[in-house]
Ligand binder design. Sequence first.
Ligand code: 5CA
Ligand code: ZN
Length: 409
Amino acid sequence: MYAWPASEVPALPGTGHDLRLHSTATGGPVTLAPGPVARIYVCGITPYDATHIGHAATYNAFDLVQRVWLDTKRQVHYVQNVTDIDDPLLARAADTGDDWTALAEREIALFREDMTALRMLPPRHYIGAVEAIPGIVPLIERLQQAGAAYELKGDVYFSIESDSNFGKVSRLDAAAMRLLSAERGGDPDRPGKKNPLDPMLWMAARDGEPSWDGGSLGPGRPGWHIECVAIALDHLGMGFDVQGGGSDLAFPHHEMGASHAQVLTGEYPFAKSYVHAGMVALNGEKMSKSKGNLIFVSTLRRNGVAPAAIRLALLAHHYRADWEWTDGVLEEAVARLGRWRSAVSRPDGPCADAVVEEIRAALADDLDAPAALAAVDRWVVRQEAESGSDTGAPGLISRTVDALLGVAL
Ligand code: 5CA
Ligand code: ZN
């Protein structure tokens, strides 16, 4: 499917630094993309309620990844999916009486508008689960042939025991895995499974639910993890640099995906790093569709909030931190945007070369966006105090903030 238009990325003098990101799989920083092409897969939305601030925060983190790599003159192969068929989407459509395809289309359209307004650079490949089905079916058949999958009442499950590296992504103990499996789309209590954690690869057609031709698997629809694996292998191959998403995807989604791919290819690892953004909360609880405690980007925009202020509100938090959305967070971002905009509209200021370097260094060090904002804040304060004589400085600040942080002043 088509993604959304790319906002222009201004060219900056010099070159950025190589990116180091914290990987869940190592518990420490990994230096990425040694070659001229960087490869990243970021899990996309399930389109039944988009785009809340939690989504936006996660996509902001991976947009920064793309911007840092572009600043090092690398090409970026960025792939994102849309889970346009899954249980939660059907459940929401049944609740509201919507046609599930119409619901998905509407929410994807809104997501595209929000991403464009927030200046998130689009993926090169934006792929829906439904359009990926013809590629998913043969992968499941291959897993069956390899003895890594089994049938249960027409459904097909992946056997986690077939992957000797299972567990290396999330590094959780068995009890924690079991708990999270039940919470996040798994069915650990279903009788007849070889291991309670085994995830579904193919769900046989259910009455009243959509289904697709599954060849030898029979009519049905794909499981969640194999969807992302099929899309990532098709467009990136094994050993890509970053598998990204929110921290709620570490287990089971990214753990299972890595196992599927490693058994399919016999190669290790699926991704060189597994990078997870913290969860944004509202009123003390994780912002989530199921709880309904959501602040939507589109509502803020409709209420006249500048997208650049929303972006600054996201950037004020380190991507790995869990944080809470409050009115105060937004007010601070609106005030900062005002200060920055008036600063760059002045005819001169103190030399900004060191600020560019500070922003580059902060972002290269595990995307320290708050430190990048602080560097700009200090320049603004200096300009207010001493003015300065560098007529190129306001323009350089403006272009840097646009290129590296996605904020148009
Ligand atoms: N379609 C799947 C991934 S294949 C999915 O998780 N969709 S989602 O719509 O539920 O979430 C999309 C992305 O937003 C995921 O990376 C998820 O981790 C992230 N996300 C969801 N809620 C929050 C939140 N409250 N804070 C931060 N990120 C969040
Ligand atoms: Zn995914």
